[in-house]
Design a protein around this ligand. Structure first.
Ligand SMILES: Cc1cc2nc3c(=O)[nH]c(=O)nc-3n(C[C@H](O)[C@H](O)[C@H](O)COP(=O)(O)OP(=O)(O)OC[C@H]3O[C@@H](n4cnc5c(N)ncnc54)[C@H](O)[C@@H]3O)c2cc1C
Length: 446
Protein backbone atom coordinates (compact mmCIF):
# COMPACT_ATOMS: atom_id res chain seq x y z
CA UNK A 1 0.00 0.00 0.00
CA UNK A 2 1.43 3.39 -0.99
CA UNK A 3 2.00 6.25 1.38
CA UNK A 4 -0.89 8.08 -0.28
CA UNK A 5 -3.23 5.20 0.51
CA UNK A 6 -3.83 4.04 4.06
CA UNK A 7 -6.31 2.50 6.45
CA UNK A 8 -5.90 5.47 8.74
CA UNK A 9 -8.23 6.03 11.61
CA UNK A 10 -7.29 9.60 12.44
CA UNK A 11 -10.14 11.52 14.02
CA UNK A 12 -11.46 15.04 13.50
CA UNK A 13 -9.31 16.22 10.63
CA UNK A 14 -9.70 19.16 8.29
CA UNK A 15 -9.06 19.20 4.56
CA UNK A 16 -9.98 21.57 1.76
CA UNK A 17 -11.71 18.92 -0.32
CA UNK A 18 -13.23 15.67 0.86
CA UNK A 19 -14.36 13.12 -1.73
CA UNK A 20 -16.65 10.34 -0.50
CA UNK A 21 -16.31 7.02 -2.38
CA UNK A 22 -13.18 5.84 -4.19
CA UNK A 23 -14.93 4.41 -7.23
CA UNK A 24 -14.17 5.45 -10.82
CA UNK A 25 -15.92 8.85 -10.43
CA UNK A 26 -13.83 10.14 -7.55
CA UNK A 27 -10.64 8.42 -8.72
CA UNK A 28 -11.16 10.24 -12.02
CA UNK A 29 -11.58 13.44 -10.01
CA UNK A 30 -8.42 12.73 -8.01
CA UNK A 31 -6.43 12.40 -11.23
CA UNK A 32 -7.97 15.58 -12.65
CA UNK A 33 -7.04 17.42 -9.44
CA UNK A 34 -3.44 16.21 -9.58
CA UNK A 35 -3.18 17.27 -13.22
CA UNK A 36 -5.17 20.52 -13.18
CA UNK A 37 -5.08 21.83 -9.60
CA UNK A 38 -2.05 20.32 -7.83
CA UNK A 39 -2.26 22.64 -4.82
CA UNK A 40 -5.87 21.63 -4.20
CA UNK A 41 -4.93 17.98 -4.74
CA UNK A 42 -2.38 18.32 -1.92
CA UNK A 43 -5.22 19.15 0.46
CA UNK A 44 -7.70 16.58 -0.80
CA UNK A 45 -8.76 13.42 1.00
CA UNK A 46 -10.59 10.55 -0.72
CA UNK A 47 -12.30 7.99 1.52
CA UNK A 48 -14.01 4.67 0.87
CA UNK A 49 -15.81 2.26 3.15
CA UNK A 50 -14.21 -0.73 1.42
CA UNK A 51 -10.86 -2.09 2.56
CA UNK A 52 -9.53 -2.19 -1.00
CA UNK A 53 -10.09 -0.30 -4.24
CA UNK A 54 -12.47 -2.37 -6.38
CA UNK A 55 -14.89 -1.94 -9.26
CA UNK A 56 -18.38 -3.17 -8.50
CA UNK A 57 -16.92 -5.69 -6.06
CA UNK A 58 -20.17 -7.64 -5.60
CA UNK A 59 -20.30 -8.52 -9.29
CA UNK A 60 -16.62 -9.04 -10.00
CA UNK A 61 -17.15 -12.42 -11.68
CA UNK A 62 -13.92 -13.68 -13.25
CA UNK A 63 -15.51 -13.87 -16.72
CA UNK A 64 -17.46 -10.58 -16.65
CA UNK A 65 -16.34 -7.87 -19.03
CA UNK A 66 -16.81 -4.13 -19.14
CA UNK A 67 -19.63 -3.08 -21.41
CA UNK A 68 -17.87 0.00 -22.69
CA UNK A 69 -14.60 0.62 -24.48
CA UNK A 70 -11.37 0.80 -22.46
CA UNK A 71 -11.01 4.25 -24.03
CA UNK A 72 -13.69 5.33 -21.58
CA UNK A 73 -11.18 5.07 -18.76
CA UNK A 74 -10.60 7.72 -16.10
CA UNK A 75 -8.77 10.15 -18.36
CA UNK A 76 -8.55 9.44 -22.09
CA UNK A 77 -11.60 11.39 -23.23
CA UNK A 78 -10.41 14.38 -21.21
CA UNK A 79 -6.72 14.11 -22.02
CA UNK A 80 -5.46 11.24 -24.19
CA UNK A 81 -1.88 12.12 -23.20
CA UNK A 82 -2.44 11.57 -19.46
CA UNK A 83 -0.15 9.00 -17.87
CA UNK A 84 -3.17 7.64 -15.95
CA UNK A 85 -4.75 5.97 -19.00
CA UNK A 86 -5.76 2.32 -19.14
CA UNK A 87 -3.25 1.83 -21.98
CA UNK A 88 -0.43 3.27 -19.94
CA UNK A 89 -1.44 1.03 -17.05
CA UNK A 90 -1.08 -1.98 -19.39
CA UNK A 91 2.26 -0.67 -20.60
CA UNK A 92 3.60 0.03 -17.10
CA UNK A 93 2.50 -3.36 -15.84
CA UNK A 94 3.89 -5.26 -18.84
CA UNK A 95 0.55 -6.39 -20.25
CA UNK A 96 0.18 -4.23 -23.36
CA UNK A 97 1.19 -6.90 -25.90
CA UNK A 98 -1.23 -9.42 -24.45
CA UNK A 99 -4.12 -6.96 -24.36
CA UNK A 100 -3.46 -5.89 -27.96
CA UNK A 101 -3.39 -9.53 -28.97
CA UNK A 102 -6.83 -10.07 -27.42
CA UNK A 103 -8.21 -7.63 -30.04
CA UNK A 104 -10.89 -6.38 -27.69
CA UNK A 105 -12.22 -3.01 -26.61
CA UNK A 106 -13.91 -4.42 -23.52
CA UNK A 107 -11.48 -5.60 -20.83
CA UNK A 108 -12.47 -8.04 -18.12
CA UNK A 109 -13.98 -6.29 -15.13
CA UNK A 110 -11.21 -7.67 -12.92
CA UNK A 111 -8.68 -5.99 -15.25
CA UNK A 112 -10.48 -2.69 -14.95
CA UNK A 113 -10.54 -3.07 -11.15
CA UNK A 114 -6.77 -3.66 -11.24
CA UNK A 115 -6.39 -0.50 -13.33
CA UNK A 116 -8.32 1.46 -10.68
CA UNK A 117 -5.99 0.14 -7.96
CA UNK A 118 -2.98 1.11 -10.07
CA UNK A 119 -4.36 4.64 -10.49
CA UNK A 120 -4.97 4.92 -6.75
CA UNK A 121 -1.43 3.74 -6.00
CA UNK A 122 0.04 6.11 -8.61
CA UNK A 123 -1.45 9.25 -7.09
CA UNK A 124 1.18 11.40 -5.42
CA UNK A 125 -0.88 14.26 -3.96
CA UNK A 126 -4.44 13.18 -3.20
CA UNK A 127 -4.57 11.07 -0.04
CA UNK A 128 -6.79 7.98 0.08
CA UNK A 129 -8.08 6.37 3.26
CA UNK A 130 -9.81 3.01 3.03
CA UNK A 131 -12.12 1.34 5.52
CA UNK A 132 -13.74 4.70 6.30
CA UNK A 133 -17.50 4.85 5.93
CA UNK A 134 -19.31 8.15 5.90
CA UNK A 135 -22.56 8.01 7.86
CA UNK A 136 -23.71 11.63 7.69
CA UNK A 137 -22.85 15.07 6.38
CA UNK A 138 -23.95 18.29 8.03
CA UNK A 139 -23.47 21.84 6.78
CA UNK A 140 -21.22 24.11 8.83
CA UNK A 141 -22.63 27.63 9.02
CA UNK A 142 -20.99 31.00 9.70
CA UNK A 143 -22.43 33.62 12.04
CA UNK A 144 -24.81 34.82 9.29
CA UNK A 145 -26.15 31.35 8.64
CA UNK A 146 -24.33 30.94 5.32
CA UNK A 147 -22.75 27.58 4.62
CA UNK A 148 -18.98 27.76 5.12
CA UNK A 149 -18.10 24.06 5.07
CA UNK A 150 -19.18 20.49 5.64
CA UNK A 151 -18.82 18.25 8.65
CA UNK A 152 -18.68 14.63 7.59
CA UNK A 153 -19.12 12.00 10.29
CA UNK A 154 -17.66 8.54 9.81
CA UNK A 155 -18.86 5.21 11.18
CA UNK A 156 -16.18 5.29 13.92
CA UNK A 157 -17.50 8.64 15.16
CA UNK A 158 -14.60 10.74 13.84
CA UNK A 159 -15.28 13.78 11.69
CA UNK A 160 -13.75 15.43 8.66
CA UNK A 161 -14.37 19.11 8.01
CA UNK A 162 -13.96 20.44 4.50
CA UNK A 163 -14.79 23.48 2.41
CA UNK A 164 -15.50 21.34 -0.65
CA UNK A 165 -17.30 18.03 -0.68
CA UNK A 166 -17.76 15.66 -3.60
CA UNK A 167 -20.20 12.77 -3.22
CA UNK A 168 -19.23 9.79 -5.39
CA UNK A 169 -20.89 7.03 -3.36
CA UNK A 170 -23.17 5.90 -6.17
CA UNK A 171 -26.86 4.98 -5.98
CA UNK A 172 -28.36 2.60 -3.43
CA UNK A 173 -29.55 -0.94 -4.09
CA UNK A 174 -33.20 -1.26 -5.07
CA UNK A 175 -34.96 -3.77 -2.81
CA UNK A 176 -38.53 -4.28 -4.09
CA UNK A 177 -40.97 -3.13 -1.35
CA UNK A 178 -42.68 -6.54 -1.31
CA UNK A 179 -39.40 -8.04 0.00
CA UNK A 180 -38.64 -5.27 2.48
CA UNK A 181 -39.90 -7.32 5.43
CA UNK A 182 -37.83 -10.41 4.66
CA UNK A 183 -34.77 -10.88 6.84
CA UNK A 184 -31.64 -9.48 5.11
CA UNK A 185 -29.81 -12.79 5.52
CA UNK A 186 -32.25 -14.40 3.05
CA UNK A 187 -31.95 -11.59 0.49
CA UNK A 188 -28.81 -11.10 -1.62
CA UNK A 189 -28.69 -7.97 -3.79
CA UNK A 190 -26.28 -8.06 -6.74
CA UNK A 191 -24.07 -5.45 -5.04
CA UNK A 192 -23.06 -8.06 -2.46
CA UNK A 193 -23.34 -11.25 -4.55
CA UNK A 194 -19.67 -12.27 -4.44
CA UNK A 195 -19.22 -11.59 -0.74
CA UNK A 196 -22.44 -13.37 0.26
CA UNK A 197 -22.03 -16.41 -1.96
CA UNK A 198 -18.53 -16.90 -0.58
CA UNK A 199 -20.12 -17.47 2.84
CA UNK A 200 -22.37 -20.28 1.55
CA UNK A 201 -21.44 -23.91 1.14
CA UNK A 202 -21.09 -24.75 -2.55
CA UNK A 203 -22.04 -28.35 -1.75
CA UNK A 204 -25.52 -27.65 -0.39
CA UNK A 205 -28.66 -27.94 -2.51
CA UNK A 206 -30.12 -24.51 -1.80
CA UNK A 207 -33.47 -23.53 -3.23
CA UNK A 208 -32.87 -20.19 -4.83
CA UNK A 209 -34.88 -17.49 -6.63
CA UNK A 210 -33.28 -14.91 -8.92
CA UNK A 211 -35.36 -11.79 -9.49
CA UNK A 212 -35.18 -9.32 -12.40
CA UNK A 213 -34.43 -9.34 -16.11
CA UNK A 214 -31.34 -7.14 -16.11
CA UNK A 215 -27.73 -7.90 -16.97
CA UNK A 216 -27.03 -8.28 -13.24
CA UNK A 217 -29.78 -10.89 -12.86
CA UNK A 218 -28.39 -12.72 -15.91
CA UNK A 219 -24.87 -12.66 -14.46
CA UNK A 220 -26.12 -13.98 -11.11
CA UNK A 221 -28.05 -16.78 -12.85
CA UNK A 222 -24.94 -17.72 -14.79
CA UNK A 223 -22.61 -17.47 -11.78
CA UNK A 224 -24.86 -19.65 -9.60
CA UNK A 225 -24.23 -22.58 -11.94
CA UNK A 226 -20.58 -22.55 -10.79
CA UNK A 227 -21.00 -21.17 -7.27
CA UNK A 228 -23.93 -23.29 -6.05
CA UNK A 229 -23.95 -26.13 -8.61
CA UNK A 230 -26.36 -28.39 -6.70
CA UNK A 231 -28.97 -25.73 -6.14
CA UNK A 232 -32.44 -25.48 -7.57
CA UNK A 233 -32.70 -22.07 -9.26
CA UNK A 234 -35.89 -20.36 -10.38
CA UNK A 235 -35.49 -17.11 -12.26
CA UNK A 236 -38.50 -14.78 -11.91
CA UNK A 237 -39.24 -11.84 -14.15
CA UNK A 238 -42.18 -9.59 -15.00
CA UNK A 239 -41.19 -9.30 -18.65
CA UNK A 240 -42.14 -11.70 -21.45
CA UNK A 241 -38.55 -12.94 -21.61
CA UNK A 242 -34.98 -11.78 -21.80
CA UNK A 243 -34.15 -9.17 -24.42
CA UNK A 244 -30.94 -7.72 -25.70
CA UNK A 245 -30.09 -4.07 -25.31
CA UNK A 246 -31.57 -1.74 -27.90
CA UNK A 247 -28.53 0.36 -28.61
CA UNK A 248 -27.17 1.23 -32.01
CA UNK A 249 -24.25 3.39 -33.06
CA UNK A 250 -26.83 6.14 -33.67
CA UNK A 251 -28.33 6.18 -30.17
CA UNK A 252 -24.94 5.49 -28.63
CA UNK A 253 -24.02 9.06 -29.59
CA UNK A 254 -26.28 10.10 -26.72
CA UNK A 255 -23.64 8.66 -24.37
CA UNK A 256 -21.01 11.13 -25.62
CA UNK A 257 -19.70 13.53 -22.97
CA UNK A 258 -20.64 16.34 -25.38
CA UNK A 259 -24.30 15.26 -25.24
CA UNK A 260 -24.56 16.27 -21.58
CA UNK A 261 -24.93 19.95 -22.58
CA UNK A 262 -27.73 19.15 -25.01
CA UNK A 263 -29.54 17.04 -22.42
CA UNK A 264 -29.09 19.56 -19.61
CA UNK A 265 -30.46 22.38 -21.80
CA UNK A 266 -33.38 20.36 -23.18
CA UNK A 267 -36.98 21.07 -22.21
CA UNK A 268 -38.44 18.75 -19.54
CA UNK A 269 -40.62 16.94 -22.09
CA UNK A 270 -37.60 16.30 -24.31
CA UNK A 271 -35.54 15.02 -21.36
CA UNK A 272 -38.38 12.62 -20.52
CA UNK A 273 -38.54 11.37 -24.09
CA UNK A 274 -34.79 10.84 -24.28
CA UNK A 275 -34.64 8.95 -20.99
CA UNK A 276 -37.68 6.87 -21.96
CA UNK A 277 -36.34 5.93 -25.38
CA UNK A 278 -32.82 5.33 -24.08
CA UNK A 279 -33.97 3.24 -21.11
CA UNK A 280 -33.58 -0.10 -22.82
CA UNK A 281 -30.09 0.72 -24.05
CA UNK A 282 -28.91 0.30 -20.45
CA UNK A 283 -31.61 -1.06 -18.13
CA UNK A 284 -33.60 -4.33 -17.96
CA UNK A 285 -31.67 -5.76 -20.89
CA UNK A 286 -28.92 -8.32 -21.38
CA UNK A 287 -25.94 -8.25 -23.72
CA UNK A 288 -26.22 -10.46 -26.84
CA UNK A 289 -23.20 -12.66 -25.90
CA UNK A 290 -24.70 -13.32 -22.45
CA UNK A 291 -28.08 -14.22 -23.99
CA UNK A 292 -26.37 -16.72 -26.30
CA UNK A 293 -24.45 -18.20 -23.39
CA UNK A 294 -27.51 -18.57 -21.14
CA UNK A 295 -29.63 -20.04 -23.89
CA UNK A 296 -26.99 -22.60 -24.80
CA UNK A 297 -26.72 -23.65 -21.13
CA UNK A 298 -30.48 -24.11 -20.82
CA UNK A 299 -30.61 -25.95 -24.16
CA UNK A 300 -28.03 -28.44 -22.88
CA UNK A 301 -29.90 -28.78 -19.56
CA UNK A 302 -33.03 -29.74 -21.48
CA UNK A 303 -31.05 -32.09 -23.74
CA UNK A 304 -29.65 -33.80 -20.64
CA UNK A 305 -33.07 -34.00 -18.99
CA UNK A 306 -32.09 -31.66 -16.17
CA UNK A 307 -34.57 -29.17 -14.82
CA UNK A 308 -32.91 -27.63 -11.75
CA UNK A 309 -32.77 -24.29 -13.52
CA UNK A 310 -35.80 -22.61 -14.99
CA UNK A 311 -37.21 -19.23 -16.00
CA UNK A 312 -40.67 -18.04 -15.05
CA UNK A 313 -41.68 -15.03 -17.13
CA UNK A 314 -44.65 -12.64 -16.78
CA UNK A 315 -44.88 -13.08 -13.05
CA UNK A 316 -45.22 -10.60 -10.19
CA UNK A 317 -44.05 -11.26 -6.66
CA UNK A 318 -47.16 -10.08 -4.85
CA UNK A 319 -46.28 -11.28 -1.36
CA UNK A 320 -43.37 -12.59 0.68
CA UNK A 321 -43.17 -14.04 4.16
CA UNK A 322 -40.72 -16.03 6.21
CA UNK A 323 -41.91 -19.35 7.52
CA UNK A 324 -39.47 -21.34 9.62
CA UNK A 325 -36.28 -21.72 7.63
CA UNK A 326 -37.61 -20.49 4.32
CA UNK A 327 -39.02 -17.57 2.38
CA UNK A 328 -42.41 -18.11 0.81
CA UNK A 329 -42.92 -15.99 -2.29
CA UNK A 330 -46.45 -15.43 -3.52
CA UNK A 331 -46.37 -15.32 -7.31
CA UNK A 332 -49.14 -13.91 -9.47
CA UNK A 333 -49.13 -14.96 -13.09
CA UNK A 334 -49.65 -11.86 -15.22
CA UNK A 335 -51.40 -13.86 -17.97
CA UNK A 336 -53.99 -15.68 -15.90
CA UNK A 337 -53.99 -14.02 -12.49
CA UNK A 338 -53.30 -17.42 -10.94
CA UNK A 339 -51.55 -17.20 -7.57
CA UNK A 340 -48.99 -19.81 -6.52
CA UNK A 341 -46.36 -20.12 -3.80
CA UNK A 342 -42.65 -20.66 -4.24
CA UNK A 343 -40.63 -21.87 -1.23
CA UNK A 344 -37.00 -20.74 -1.26
CA UNK A 345 -33.95 -20.57 1.01
CA UNK A 346 -32.48 -17.49 -0.64
CA UNK A 347 -33.63 -14.72 -2.96
CA UNK A 348 -31.02 -13.11 -5.23
CA UNK A 349 -31.89 -9.67 -6.59
CA UNK A 350 -30.82 -8.28 -9.95
CA UNK A 351 -33.23 -5.41 -9.40
CA UNK A 352 -30.87 -2.52 -9.97
CA UNK A 353 -30.64 0.72 -8.07
CA UNK A 354 -32.98 3.12 -6.31
CA UNK A 355 -33.77 6.06 -8.59
CA UNK A 356 -34.10 8.55 -5.74
CA UNK A 357 -31.06 10.39 -4.36
CA UNK A 358 -29.00 8.39 -1.84
CA UNK A 359 -29.92 8.71 1.84
CA UNK A 360 -26.80 10.74 2.68
CA UNK A 361 -27.66 13.33 0.05
CA UNK A 362 -31.34 13.45 1.02
CA UNK A 363 -30.46 13.97 4.67
CA UNK A 364 -27.95 16.68 3.79
CA UNK A 365 -30.61 18.41 1.69
CA UNK A 366 -32.92 18.19 4.72
CA UNK A 367 -30.32 19.87 6.94
CA UNK A 368 -29.91 22.59 4.31
CA UNK A 369 -33.71 22.98 4.21
CA UNK A 370 -33.72 22.62 0.43
CA UNK A 371 -37.11 22.29 -1.28
CA UNK A 372 -35.54 20.07 -3.90
CA UNK A 373 -32.15 18.60 -4.73
CA UNK A 374 -30.85 20.38 -7.82
CA UNK A 375 -27.38 20.57 -9.30
CA UNK A 376 -25.88 23.03 -11.76
CA UNK A 377 -24.49 21.96 -15.13
CA UNK A 378 -21.15 21.55 -13.30
CA UNK A 379 -22.70 19.19 -10.72
CA UNK A 380 -22.69 21.74 -7.88
CA UNK A 381 -25.54 21.32 -5.41
CA UNK A 382 -27.64 24.48 -5.37
CA UNK A 383 -27.58 25.46 -1.73
CA UNK A 384 -28.31 29.18 -1.73
CA UNK A 385 -32.00 28.78 -2.36
CA UNK A 386 -33.28 28.31 1.15
CA UNK A 387 -33.21 31.72 2.74
CA UNK A 388 -29.44 31.85 3.16
CA UNK A 389 -27.10 33.31 0.59
CA UNK A 390 -23.40 33.93 0.49
CA UNK A 391 -22.18 30.37 1.01
CA UNK A 392 -18.45 29.98 0.79
CA UNK A 393 -18.56 26.20 0.55
CA UNK A 394 -19.65 23.93 -2.29
CA UNK A 395 -20.84 20.36 -2.63
CA UNK A 396 -20.83 18.30 -5.84
CA UNK A 397 -22.73 15.13 -6.74
CA UNK A 398 -21.32 12.57 -9.14
CA UNK A 399 -23.15 9.64 -10.72
CA UNK A 400 -26.63 10.40 -9.34
CA UNK A 401 -27.83 13.05 -11.82
CA UNK A 402 -29.43 11.02 -14.60
CA UNK A 403 -32.57 13.18 -14.49
CA UNK A 404 -30.68 16.38 -15.35
CA UNK A 405 -27.47 15.16 -17.02
CA UNK A 406 -28.71 12.15 -18.97
CA UNK A 407 -28.49 8.38 -19.02
CA UNK A 408 -24.70 8.32 -19.17
CA UNK A 409 -24.40 9.95 -15.75
CA UNK A 410 -24.03 6.72 -13.76
CA UNK A 411 -21.63 5.13 -16.29
CA UNK A 412 -17.96 5.41 -17.16
CA UNK A 413 -18.90 7.21 -20.39
CA UNK A 414 -18.70 10.78 -19.09
CA UNK A 415 -16.66 10.64 -15.94
CA UNK A 416 -13.29 11.79 -17.30
CA UNK A 417 -14.83 15.00 -18.65
CA UNK A 418 -17.07 15.42 -15.61
CA UNK A 419 -14.01 15.29 -13.35
CA UNK A 420 -12.52 18.20 -15.27
CA UNK A 421 -15.79 20.16 -15.15
CA UNK A 422 -16.03 19.76 -11.38
CA UNK A 423 -12.34 20.54 -10.94
CA UNK A 424 -12.60 23.75 -12.98
CA UNK A 425 -15.77 24.77 -11.15
CA UNK A 426 -13.97 24.42 -7.82
CA UNK A 427 -10.96 26.39 -9.13
CA UNK A 428 -13.29 29.20 -10.29
CA UNK A 429 -15.20 29.09 -6.98
CA UNK A 430 -11.98 29.39 -4.98
CA UNK A 431 -10.87 32.37 -7.08
CA UNK A 432 -14.26 34.11 -6.91
CA UNK A 433 -15.09 33.58 -3.27
CA UNK A 434 -12.60 34.51 -0.57
CA UNK A 435 -11.19 31.67 1.44
CA UNK A 436 -12.56 31.33 4.93
CA UNK A 437 -11.47 29.16 7.77
CA UNK A 438 -13.78 26.17 8.06
CA UNK A 439 -12.92 25.82 11.72
CA UNK A 440 -13.01 28.53 14.34
CA UNK A 441 -9.86 27.19 16.01
CA UNK A 442 -7.64 26.59 13.05
CA UNK A 443 -7.58 27.96 9.48
CA UNK A 444 -8.25 25.34 6.86
CA UNK A 445 -5.11 26.17 4.94
CA UNK A 446 -6.99 27.39 1.91
C1 LIG B 1 -22.32 -4.89 -12.07
C2 LIG B 1 -22.11 -3.57 -12.73
C3 LIG B 1 -21.39 -3.49 -13.90
C4 LIG B 1 -21.20 -2.27 -14.51
N1 LIG B 1 -20.51 -2.22 -15.68
C5 LIG B 1 -20.36 -1.05 -16.30
C6 LIG B 1 -19.67 -0.97 -17.55
O1 LIG B 1 -19.24 -1.99 -18.09
N2 LIG B 1 -19.51 0.24 -18.11
C7 LIG B 1 -20.00 1.37 -17.53
O2 LIG B 1 -19.82 2.46 -18.09
N3 LIG B 1 -20.65 1.32 -16.37
C8 LIG B 1 -20.85 0.15 -15.75
N4 LIG B 1 -21.53 0.11 -14.58
C9 LIG B 1 -22.04 1.37 -13.97
C10 LIG B 1 -21.15 1.85 -12.81
O3 LIG B 1 -21.95 2.63 -12.02
C11 LIG B 1 -19.95 2.65 -13.30
O4 LIG B 1 -19.13 1.85 -14.09
C12 LIG B 1 -19.02 3.14 -12.16
O5 LIG B 1 -18.73 2.11 -11.26
C13 LIG B 1 -19.55 4.36 -11.46
O6 LIG B 1 -18.52 4.83 -10.62
P1 LIG B 1 -18.79 5.59 -9.27
O7 LIG B 1 -17.49 5.92 -8.72
O8 LIG B 1 -19.75 6.70 -9.51
O9 LIG B 1 -19.59 4.56 -8.35
P2 LIG B 1 -19.09 3.16 -7.76
O10 LIG B 1 -18.22 2.45 -8.71
O11 LIG B 1 -20.34 2.47 -7.31
O12 LIG B 1 -18.21 3.55 -6.50
C14 LIG B 1 -18.77 4.12 -5.35
C15 LIG B 1 -17.79 3.93 -4.21
O13 LIG B 1 -18.26 4.65 -3.09
C16 LIG B 1 -18.08 3.87 -1.92
N5 LIG B 1 -19.06 4.33 -0.96
C17 LIG B 1 -20.42 4.35 -1.09
N6 LIG B 1 -20.99 4.87 -0.01
C18 LIG B 1 -19.99 5.22 0.83
C19 LIG B 1 -19.96 5.81 2.14
N7 LIG B 1 -21.09 6.14 2.76
N8 LIG B 1 -18.77 6.03 2.71
C20 LIG B 1 -17.62 5.69 2.09
N9 LIG B 1 -17.58 5.10 0.86
C21 LIG B 1 -18.76 4.88 0.24
C22 LIG B 1 -18.29 2.44 -2.38
O14 LIG B 1 -17.65 1.51 -1.52
C23 LIG B 1 -17.64 2.47 -3.77
O15 LIG B 1 -16.29 2.12 -3.74
C24 LIG B 1 -21.73 -1.09 -13.94
C25 LIG B 1 -22.46 -1.17 -12.76
C26 LIG B 1 -22.66 -2.40 -12.17
C27 LIG B 1 -23.49 -2.46 -10.91
Amino acid sequence: MSEQMSMSNSSDVEVELLAIGAGPSNLGLAVALEELAPDLAENTLLIDRNQTIEWQQGMLMPWATSQVSFLKDLVTQRDPTSKFSFLNHLFETGRLDEFVNMSTFTPYRVEFAKYLRWVAESLTKVRIELGRECVSVQPKRDEFGAVSGWITTLADGSTITSRYLVYGGSREPNIPPVLAGVSPNRIVHSTSYRQRVAELSGELPYRVAVVGSSQSAAEIFRALRDDLPDSDVTWLMRSIGLSSDESSKFTNELYYPSFVDEFYDARPTARDQILREMHRTNYSVVTPPMLEHLYADLYLDRFNGRNERRLITMVDITGAREAGDEVVLELTDRRTGTVTELHRDLVFLGTGFDTQMPRLVRELAGSLELDRIAVSRNYRLQIDTAGTVGSTAACYLQGVNEETHGISDSLLSVLAQRAEEICRDIIAHRERIPAVAVSAEEPAGL
